[in-house]
Design a protein around this ligand. Structure first.
Ligand SMILES: [Zn+2]
Length: 505
């Protein structure tokens, strides 16, 4: 690769030629490597619990995951199935033959001095994922999905001015998948949007929590610049240490600017690994190509290869849930929801499940259910910091609430009060309506009495109305509602108010 005199300037696409000077246009090439921990009960090659997050250090360990001599690994079948399901969801082919390999390197968090991973024969190959990018639908190729084990965790401390590190082997041997994309992404924003789509798929499958802050979902990005005509290809820079979607977008943006600025000045760029420093908003060089490790991969002698028949793969495919994109499309088609409503309701699988359980096959109430969930239920979740699973309103109770409003038994305003009360007390909507006297008042005689009282109490508003300020009726209706604590049937009350005002009573 030769950089230098050919480049006069780097400009945005579209500014091909100015003032008779030739410009070289560059585009950004991004490929991602994503690691996701699998939600299996036990670890990848031993029977230790994989639920290590809240455990005391070094309590979920055994000779296998501590890497003691003579300990033999055993393949976790569920982890293999979860990887294959992930591959299927990402449109991959599942080769009938796959194997594990040893990746050799030395690091204090690697108990055995090697990691069991997959090298040339991964479980899943050649897939593609479609997602909505900033400029519309995008497609990203998936080169491979392979299965490996996580490392132990180093905890860095300091005491009396001296730094030291502790090793916690609870994470050692937790199943980990690595998803490698083709270099098909072209912008930092799309990199973030793709990652969010990928995580949503993993969560729908139930194979990973996808929690970036806890390290259950990690991303490295390979970023380079290439001239549009393909004559200049900048070196690939790998960025590590990004632990949020926002960090990925910021780190890649920074790197794009850094590389473009170097190309513009004619400075050489090197193939290297750089770490993202979130607080400073910069990437810093960690190691260059000359020091890249040689992992000396070789087939893992302690494990048999994996043979998967078509029937095995089909059995896993049958267990695969409906994926977010398909569910979104079905919500629009089947329930007549808008695209944006469908996006909101399918973002989390649990919310989509809640919506469908509320509708319970009755398409007529789908719109009301969508409004209630994206409105009142989401507000409740937001205000109290709860997930949908922690909302103490069963889908059947919400369904009943919608029916009570539909039947005119309670007003929308009362229904909102009942919803909160159901969440707080667990009582049924009907019981709460009776207990709190929230039944809607539609009885004309009862409402008429209240209307007369309100008109008598508010001569100024009555006068305004009669002088032509028709908006004053809104205030008067509010007063009727206040007298009946929100239970007045608004349509009947308004009609009675209009009559009484017209009569000049
Ligand atoms: Zn173990």
């Amino acid at each position: 690769m030769e950089l230098g005199h050919a480049i006069i300037a780097v400009v945005r696409p579209g500014d091909r030629k100015q003032h008779g000077v030739s410009y070289v246009e560059f585009e950004t090439i991004i490929g991602l490597e994503v690691h996701a921990q699998l939600l299996t009960r036990s670890k990848m090659f031993c029977g230790c619990s994989a639920a290590y997050q809240a455990a005391e250090p070094n309590t979920h360990t055994c000779p296998v995951c501590l890497g003691l001599p003579g300990a033999l690994p055993v393949i976790n079948r569920e982890a293999v199935a979860a990887t294959v399901m992930t591959g299927l969801a990402l449109g991959c082919s599942i080769p009938s033959y796959s194997k594990f390999d040893r990746k050799n390197y030395m690091y204090p968090d690697l108990m055995k001095g090697y990691q069991i991973s997959q090298y040339d024969l991964p479980l899943c190959v050649a897939g593609a994922v479609e997602f909505l990018g900033v400029d519309g639908p995008r497609r990203v190729g998936i080169r491979r999905v392979h299965l490996e084990e996580d490392t132990a965790r180093l905890v860095h401390r300091s005491a009396n001015g001296r730094a030291y590190s502790l090793v916690d082997a609870n994470r050692s041997g937790v199943p980990l998948i690595e998803i490698v994309t083709e270099p098909d992404l072209r912008s930092p924003e799309d990199a973030r949007l793709f990652l969010m789509t990928l995580r949503q798929i993993l969560r729908y499958l139930g194979v990973s929590t996808g929690n970036m802050e806890e390290g259950a979902f990690r991303c490295d990005a390979n970023v380079s610049q290439r001239s549009i005509d393909g004559t200049i290809v900048g070196p690939k820079v790998e960025i590590k240490n990004m632990n949020s979607f926002r960090a990925v977008e910021r780190a890649v943006s920074y790197e794009v600017e850094r590389q473009r600025a170097a190309l513009l000045r004619g400075e050489p760029l090197v193939q290297e690994t750089r770490g993202w420093v979130d607080e400073q908003g910069v990437t810093v060089s960690q190691r260059t190509k000359e020091f890249a490790e040689d992992y000396r991969y070789f087939p893992e002698p302690d494990l048999p290869p994996i043979f998967l028949t078509d029937a095995d793969v089909e059995e896993i495919r049958q267990r695969m849930p409906e994926l977010p994109a398909a569910r979104r499309a079905r919500f629009v088609e089947q329930f007549g929801l808008s695209e944006s409503e469908a996006v909101l309701l399918t973002e989390e699988r649990a919310v989509a499940d809640y919506f469908e359980a509320t509708v319970d096959g009755d398409v007529a109430i789908a719109r009301a259910a969508a409004n209630w969930i994206t409105g009142e239920i989401f507000a409740l979740m937001r205000d109290r910091g709860l997930t949908i699973d922690a909302i103490n309103v069963a889908p059947a109770q919400l369904r009943r609430l919608i029916a009570l409003v539909d039947a005119g038994t309670i007003t929308l305003r009362s229904a909102k009060e009942v919803l909160i009360a159901v969440h707080e007390t667990g009582s049924d909507p009907d019981a709460l309506v009776a207990e709190r006297g929230l039944a809607q008042v539609s009885d004309a005689a009862q409402l008429e009495a209240v209307v007369r009282t309100v008109l008598a109490e508010n001569p100024a508003a009555v006068a305004d109305y009669r002088k032509g300020k028709k908006a004053a009726i809104g205030f008067l209706l509010g007063q009727v509602m206040r007298h009946l604590r929100g239970t007045a049937n608004p349509a009947v009350a308004r009609q009675l108010l209009e009559q009484a005002l017209a009569e000049g009573a």
